[in-house]
Design a protein around this ligand. Structure first.
Ligand code: HSE
Length: 306
């Protein structure tokens, strides 16, 4: 059996939705899997693109870790697999590379086993592996996902991302580990900070649905994670100001960083380029190299072909 999957990059903590809003982006990792029945759990990995020199090519690879969850659940033991990963999503930059790997592994293994695990269960297993739901849900189903995770189960509603918006992603050349970026968060927050984010996240969703993009500058403000994670992304305020001065609707940290995301109008290519360049320049002023990508949001999740 042969299988090809494309899994999108994702931006978690989208807008002001810390651990709740995630959206998928038109940058894809690909998995090509060839499975032969009969042999006993032989795995061969080949990795191209991001992480080709650093990611493990044995059973400790997280794509296999996710596959094994499915195999164990369904008592599937006899297989030989050749897995080729073509990675385009930058690693440890807040663009959902680990979620794409896990969703890819789960979906590929489930397909191999006859699709016996439900979509809800896939998202749940993936969220439990990741520890948060806001990358895995949009990686799987696409669009803008509103996720509720109680530490075990996920409830999720998908909205379409409007086609007239673009994401300008400024990706600095340093990594941020999500583990570290979660440890840096306080155990307690002020009541007024909770209200601050609650009001903005409701406004964010309303602004996207009703296309009231002028509200995004306020609706994307955050007090739940960005103030604390500034320590890991030192020139965050300067990059945000540069993007806003150059016409972005709103700005946020993508996932736990290090990528910073600006939302802009899709039909204004030159403005998007200006925003990207200004963000790059603001990083550069602090001695940090970066690149920018002008990217579409996408409303489809995993794409499967044979
Ligand atoms: N919501 C997660 C966090 C996303 O901020 O830790 C990580 O990409």
């Amino acid at each position: 059996m042969k299988l090809k999957l494309k899994i999108p990059a994702t931006t978690a903590n989208f807008g002001s939705g810390f651990d709740v809003f995630g959206a998928s982006l038109r940058i894809y990792n690909e998995i090509e899997m060839t499975a032969i029945n009969g042999k006993h759990q032989e795995i061969h990995f080949e990795i191209l693109g991001e992480g080709r020199k650093t990611l493990p090519v044995d059973k400790s690879n997280i794509v296999y870790g996710a596959m094994k969850k499915v195999f164990d659940t369904l008592h599937f033991t006899h297989y030989a697999l050749h897995i080729r990963l073509i990675n385009n999503i930058p690693l440890s930059r807040g663009l959902g590379s680990s979620a794409a790997a896990r969703i890819g592994g789960l979906v590929a293994a489930n397909k191999l086993c006859g699709g016996r695990i439900s979509d809800e269960e896939i998202i749940k297993i993936a969220a439990n592996l990741e520890g948060h739901p806001d990358n895995v849900a949009p990686a799987f189903i696409g669009g803008l996902c509103v996720c509720n995770y109680d530490g075990a189960d996920v409830k999720c509603v998908k909205f379409q991302m409007p086609a007239d918006l673009k994401a300008v992603l400024c990706i600095p050349d340093f990594e941020v580990s999500t583990n570290m970026a979660r440890k840096i968060l306080p155990k307690k927050i002020l009541h007024r900070d909770a209200v601050f984010n609650l009001s903005r996240s409701a406004l964010f969703l309303s602004a996207i649905i009703q296309k009231k993009y002028d509200l995004l500058s306020i609706a994307m403000e955050d007090k739940l994670h960005q103030p604390y994670r500034k320590k890991l992304i030192p020139c965050l305020d300067d990059v945000f100001s540069a993007a806003m001065r150059n016409g972005a609707y709103g700005v946020c940290v993508s996932g736990s960083g290090s990528t910073l995301l600006a939302i802009a109008a899709r039909n204004m290519k030159t403005k998007c380029e200006r925003i990207g360049r200004s963000m790059q320049k603001a990083f550069c002023a602090r001695g940090i190299e970066s690149k920018y990508i002008i990217c579409d949001f996408c409303n489809k999740g995993v794409l499967i072909s044979k």
